[in-house]
Design a binder for this molecule. Structure first.
Ligand code: S3P
Length: 450
């Protein structure tokens, strides 16, 4: 499979139960940030457990283009010799950040307060995604952005020569936008303030503190008020990247719907800004035990023992939970198809601007597999067909979206007839060992000739 190459269709069929231990790779959000913060510290940051998915590799390449020395030493073991806050040099060529919205938006923030110019592009999926949500606050710092209509890539950012600090209330619940503003604030004098009404993943805040920045988070009536003092000397760190709870979601959910399954997924983050899916599954009646709670890589984690759960009920997912499970709605809607009753997912319009329009992609694929769905701009409702009740037998379009591809492959593991995805290659962006890990548990996945 190739992340940037030809489409790779893949078929998933119902086989025996899933059994064994699923060791999922490092967290994508934390991996991007480890490379970026490492590049902004002076000295050597040592990283273990880095996700070597294409998205993160593209961020590593971009950090090299800005002058950092980024070296791979072995599986997931990397060092970054950073150039310091404000030390980025101008890239000699266009930066291709592939499929990654996180890479694009965080890196734009990082360079926007340095007097250099950089041009960003990406694949067909990323070139459709809105960047205005990031360039709006970057303008306030004094940066300029020149993109295609609708604030789309390719886009050139001219960094501010004399940046000013910013006070910015996030108009959307987005950790990418929050992080872009904080990263830009690093090279602005004085205090940059970001206000978020609903808490989103807090990895940037945790890492900024770890790298020695001054950052204060206050909980007020307005929401979280995050104040960052600009122009710190960031100190290099040793970063142990914990496993990705968004990747863990796929073997966990597959085990819940494949009859007779019993798997263990070690080291799954219980960070409250990331664990919404797991709360939701438990409310639906999923049999999940949270064993050995502890800390790994600065994150609270537990080992999850997951068994086939034949009596899950559909629920109303609280909309305020959306930021803590935003990437997990596609796989939740697969579990919902095997539950009894309706699962109602409201407040999810952000899904329309992910790697694909995920409400549309899931609705069309589920319908093709014989599942009744309802949708509107901000809502997805799945009518469950009970354990083993999903007909399947369709080919689902993945629209260059890794999570859509993995979701329908998981659905095929429990459906009555095999399910094909038109292109499994985007899975390499976030979960390069998905195929081997799932077949190792007993799944029946087959690559098809193009
Ligand atoms: C991410 C934030 C989320 C998420 C993405 C990773 C991050 O995006 O969907 O996969 O690492 O900050 P938004 O900030 O746009 O919600």
């Amino acid at each position: 499979m190739s992340g940037h190459g030809d489409a790779q269709p893949m078929k998933s069929a119902r086989g025996g139960p899933l059994r064994g231990v699923a060791e999922v790779p490092g967290d994508k959000s934390i991996s991007h940030r480890a490379l970026i913060f490492g590049a902004m510290a002076v000295g050597e940051t040592r990283i273990s457990g880095l996700l070597e998915g294409q998205d993160v590799l593209d961020t590593a390449k971009a950090m090299r283009a800005f002058g950092a020395n980024v070296t791979r030493h072995g599986d997931g073991v990397w060092t970054v010799n950073g150039v310091g806050v404000g030390g980025f040099s101008e890239p000699a060529d266009v930066l291709d950040v592939g499929n990654s919205g996180t890479g694009a938006r965080l890196i734009m923030g990082t360079m926007a307060t340095t007097p250099i110019t950089a041009t960003f592009t990406g694949d067909a999926s990323l070139r459709k995604r809105p960047m205005g949500r990031v360039t709006d606050p970057l303008h306030l710092f004094g940066a300029r952005a020149y993109g295609r209509q609708g604030g789309r890539l390719p886009m050139t950012i001219v960094g501010a020569a004399h940046p000013v600090p910013v006070r910015y209330a996030l108009p959307v619940a987005s950790a990418q936008v929050k992080s872009a503003v904080l990263l830009a604030g690093l090279n602005a004098p004085g205090e940059t303030v970001v206000i978020e009404r609903e808490p989103t993943r807090d990895h940037s805040e945790r890492m900024l503190l770890g790298f020695g920045a001054r950052l204060v988070v206050e909980k007020t009536a307005e929401g979280h008020v995050i104040t960052l003092t600009g122009q710190p000397d960031l100190r290099p760190q040793v970063v142990a990247v914990p496993r990705d709870p968004s990747s863990a979601a796929f073997p966990v959910c597959a085990a819940l719907i494949v009859d007779g399954s019993d798997i263990t997924v070690p080291g799954v983050s219980q960070n409250l800004t990331r664990n919404g899916l797991y709360l939701t599954l438990v409310e639906m009646g999923a049999e999940i035990e949270f064993l050995h709670p502890r800390e790994e890589g600065g994150e609270p984690v537990a080992d999850l023992r997951v068994r086939f759960s034949g009596s899950m009920q559909g629920i109303e997912v609280p909309p305020e939970r959306a930021p803590s499970m935003i990437d997990e709605y596609p796989i939740l809607s697969v579990v919902a198809a095997f539950a009894t009753g309706r699962t109602v997912m409201r407040g999810v319009k952000e899904l329309r601007v992910k790697e694909s329009d995920r409400i549309d992609a899931m609705a069309r694929g589920l319908e093709a597999c014989g599942v009744r769905v309802e949708e509107d701009a901000d809502t997805l409702i799945v009518h469950g067909m009970g354990p083993g009740g999903v007909p399947g037998g369709a080919t689902c379009a993945t629209h260059l979206d890794h999570r859509i591809a993995m979701s329908f492959l998981c659905l095929g593991m429990a459906a009555q007839r095999p399910v094909t995805v038109d292109d499994a290659s985007p899975i390499l962006t976030s979960f390069p060992i998905f195929e081997g890990l799932m077949t190792g548990l007993g799944a029946d996945l087959q690559r098809l000739a193009v």
